[in-house]
Design a protein around this ligand. Structure first.
Ligand SMILES: [Zn+2]
Length: 397
């Protein structure tokens, strides 16, 4: 009898806590992840403008890819035929795939939701598609990431309680269906592997997602229902940073924290501004992801230890200093603000790359330092030092 959702290839070892903040090691079939950490987002099997070596150099240990996008292009079956996502994108460390729930529900005018699933039109060619919990499990199985997320019903952050309850309860029913299909696929592949004398190709863990909007009672109910539905390797916390006020997001993390098992990783989905990372770690979060560092990098905004800097600003025209004097990334080690500004105003692609590299490096470093602070029992001082600086806009956007 297999135990797919608690596979032996995965482990989570808590090393230290400081308040509710945690330092741990999350082991996966493709290696260990020291937490807390930030996962750069490679939506289309590439972290935009960055090479896998750049990511390794920045200290990334786990990255994210997106099932919705890769299903549409190049197709999850093709990725599988080419050996799975790790081989396809030449990243042999851990990968997590998002189920596509967030993308499908973002297609406001292009979708129809039913209990069975979601019908939508491809944003690429307008073709009609259908996602169900079962089909999404097959897609994520084909992609072969270490951690795969359940298909869930995502709603806007400010949704009222009745809508949030419906979506949360549907997500729970879909979780049961995801698990059923996940278990079935593992058994089929075990049988095929036995028949051919080879092991199943991918060992994966299915993470459920705690929903419930900004309603404490719904969050608690969702966390409890998820725990009674299975013994999960880790837990996603979804539906936050989708338009609600920051205090609401932090409040929901505080509500969910005691409801999740201490010995499993918690992943706060789609949250990646520096101050949110620190506030999340303070409330027990281990893993984060967000397109912010690369998207903002492409727009010319840098995270720095003295707040955000817009490199397109006139004030930087003759500024010989690095973007962030405290940063040791390849951008800050080599290039001036003046040069970066020049690249941006000249529409040179190197500018996009250098800023993305810095931003990803910055968030990874912020989490490495947070981890060290937790291990040394000084996370509170660490966050009190960082938070006021991060909210500044040194050269405003
Ligand atoms: Zn830098």
């Amino acid at each position: 009898m297999t135990q797919p959702t608690t596979g032996a290839a995965f482990a989570f070892a808590l090393e230290a806590t400081d308040g509710d903040a945690r330092a741990a090691t999350f082991s996966t079939p493709h290696g260990a992840v020291q937490t807390p950490t930030f996962m750069p987002v490679g939506t289309l099997a590439t972290v935009k403008t960055l090479d896998p070596d750049d990511l390794r150099g920045a200290g990334a240990s786990m990255i994210l890819a997106n099932a919705y996008h890769l299903h549409l292009r190049p197709g999850d079956e093709l990725v599988r035929a080419l050996g799975g996502l790790h081989r396809f994108m030449h990243w042999d460390a851990p990968i997590l795939t998002d189920s596509g729930g967030f993308q499908v529900f973002s297609l406001e005018t292009l979708r129809t939701v039913s209990e069975e699933g979601v019908e939508f039109r491809s944003h690429i060619d307008g073709s009609k598609r259908f996602f169900s919990p079962e089909s999404v499990m097959r897609i994520e199985r084909n992609l072969g990431a270490d951690v795969i997320m359940q298909f869930d019903h995502v709603i806007p952050g400010q949704s009222e309680e009745s809508a949030a309850r419906d979506a949360s309860e549907r997500s729970l029913r879909w979780l049961e269906r995801c698990k059923g299909e996940f278990d079935r696929l593992e058994m089929v592949e075990h049988a095929e592997g036995d028949a051919h004398g080879a092991p199943p190709r991918f060992q994966q863990a299915l993470f459920p997602i705690v929903q419930g909007g900004i309603h404490a009672g719904l969050r608690v109910a969702a966390a409890r229902a998820i725990r009674s539905a299975g013994d999960w390797v880790g837990y996603g916390i979804g539906g936050l940073s989708v338009g609600e006020a920051k205090p609401d997001m932090y409040g929901m993390l505080e509500v969910v924290h005691p409801e999740l098992p201490a010995d499993r990783p918690r992943y706060l989905m789609g949250v990646g501004f520096p101050e949110d990372l620190i506030e999340g770690v303070r409330r027990g979060v281990d893993l984060f992801d967000c397109v912010a560092p690369t998207r903002m990098g492409r727009n010319g905004t840098a995270f720095t230890s003295a707040g955000r800097v817009n490199v397109k600003r006139q004030e930087l025209r003759a500024d010989p200093r690095p973007l962030d004097e405290g940063c040791d990334c390849p951008t800050c080690r080599r290039f001036s603000r003046a040069y970066l500004r020049h690249l941006y105003v000249s529409d040179e692609t190197l500018g996009l790359r250098l800023l993305s590299l810095h931003n990803v490096h910055f968030l990874l470093n912020l989490m490495r330092e947070a981890r060290r602070a937790i291990l040394e029992g000084r996370f509170d001082a660490y966050s009190r030092d960082w938070l006021p600086r991060l909210s500044q806009r040194t050269v405003s956007e």
